[in-house]
Write a protein that binds this ligand. Structure first.
Ligand SMILES: Cc1cc2nc3c(=O)[nH]c(=O)nc-3n(C[C@H](O)[C@H](O)[C@H](O)COP(=O)(O)OP(=O)(O)OC[C@H]3O[C@@H](n4cnc5c(N)ncnc54)[C@H](O)[C@@H]3O)c2cc1C
Length: 397
């Protein structure tokens, strides 16, 4: 798009004499960035307003599954993105004695693991300069027949035609539209870290694994450049002050009887690089489109991370919106069509993710033994089939 020829007359953006719809995107996470790319590609004007003063360079790891890669392929940026990632050929679930319970590897599919900060930077670099405005915390959003106005904490406002609420699980826009819809605490809490592999761990032997035991789950995911992303998930009351204080020393002690190389991975992590979050999802919504406002990503359908699908679904959102805008004669119609495509699929994934969390976080000894026994009896093909429907992303244009 020739941005130099753009001018604003009477509050409307004109490019080459043609009036262009202006989208205001709130939130510069994976959803906001990918959606901005999709909109600009379709010839719309899209600008992102992000509350944080910088695009977060930190953060732990993130895995993109085949459906996310297909969504990126639809947008034409899968190869660019994959270059920054590490291909994962197998995902194994192990018991806390190291026994293989399930192997989700498939010759048909591959997953890619990224450093979150690097994934965001790569998506941001694909946008025209000036698309992202940092340090802009949205505090209000109004719409009427003529357009939308978004107000920011610094006292400024911006006008446009449509708002994309991509402001994450705690979305202020969603809370305003739907104040009664609560987040649901999952019952477990999570620590994450990224660590560079030094001589103590043989990187070449590392596979992507989740170890399930009575004390919780520990995941290891190899990243590019000899790094490992790890996560630890422990059952806890929502505001347990003791658990909230856990750092490296406590995690080392807690997982001391889990198999290698878990202790080495924790040991190698710098205390400052450990991120802690309680885990929540959003009570499933039946409506994402509100006239000129559209909820997307975690703002619309935050889910527990058990299936590793939250960001994948956000990327699907961006691709589906692009498809709907191509198919519909008005943006409002495209928003409703998007809602029609997305609500049912995402609800199913939210529910499946919660269920997997319940199974993975079992604490009772007998229940754990029964689960492990059933898992080991199940043919690997069946485990893989369960993921296949999620990994399909086949929206017809
Ligand atoms: C422990 C854990 C592990 C996960 N692992 C995976 C995984 O492996 N694979 C996967 O697909 N998903 C994973 N997820 C889910 C994934 O992180 C989210 O689904 C994804 O980040 C959602 O992207 P988003 O852009 O919608 O929201 P976010 O990433 O939350 O981005 C929202 C953005 O909006 C900004 N913002 C918030 N409020 C305002 C405001 N008022 N004004 C302006 N800006 C605002 C925020 O600063 C933020 O930058 C995981 C989640 C967790 C918690």
């Amino acid at each position: 798009m020739g941005r130099n020829s753009a001018k604003v007359t009477h509050g409307r953006l004109q490019i080459g004499g043609e009036i262009v719809k202006r989208f205001i995107i709130i939130g510069g996470g994976i959803c906001g960035l990918a959606t901005a790319y999709a909109l600009v590609q379709k010839g719309f004007s899209a600008e992102i307003y992000e509350s944080y003063p910088a695009l977060k360079p930190a953060g732990a790891g993130i895995v993109l599954a085949p459906n996310a890669l297909k969504a990126l392929a639809y947008l034409g940026i899968d190869e660019e993105i994959k270059k920054q990632g590490h291909e994962i050929s197998s995902v194994k679930i192990l018991s806390d004695s190291g026994k293989l319970l399930s192997d989700l590897s498939s010759e048909k599919y591959s997953l890619f693991a990224f450093h979150r900060g690097e994934l965001s930077q790569t998506l941001a670099a694909l946008l025209p300069s000036g698309t992202i405005h940092l340090g802009k915390k949205c505090i209000g959003c109004r719409q009427d027949a003529s357009g939308v106005q978004v107000d920011f904490a610094d006292g400024s406002s911006v006008h446009g035609d449509y708002v994309i609420a991509a402001d994450g699980i705690h979305s202020s826009i969603r809370r305003k539209l739907l104040p009664a819809v609560p987040l649901r605490y999952a019952g477990y809490t999570c620590w994450r870290g990224v660590v560079e592999v030094k001589e103590k761990i043989d990187y070449s032997l590392l596979e992507s694994t989740e170890t399930w035991g009575r004390k919780g789950r520990f995941g290891i995911v190899p990243l590019s450049k000899n790094r490992i992303y790890w996560f630890a998930v422990i059952n806890a009351a929502e505001n347990d002050p003791k658990i909230g204080k856990y750092g490296k020393k406590e995690l080392l002690h807690y997982f001391a009887d889990y198999p290698q190389p878990i202790d080495k991975v924790i040991e190698a992590t710098e205390e400052k690089d450990i991120i802690w979050n309680n885990l929540f999802d959003l009570t499933p919504l039946t409506q994402y489109a509100y006239d000129r406002i559209l909820l997307m990503g975690d703002a619309a359908h935050a889910m527990t991370p058990n299936l590793g699908q939250g960001a994948c679904q956000a990327l699907e959102d961006a691709a589906v919106l692009a498809i709907c805008l191509k198919q519909c004669s008005s943006v409002e119609q495209a928003f409703r069509k998007y809602e029609g495509f997305r609500v049912k699929r995402v609800r199913k994934i939210v529910a499946q993710s919660r269920n997997l969390g319940r199974i993975g976080q079992l604490q009772n000894r007998l229940a754990c033994e029964l689960r492990n026994w059933l898992f080991s009896l199940m043919p690997m093909k069946l485990h893989q089939q369960q993921m296949t429907w999620i990994y399909q992303f086949d929206y017809n244009e």
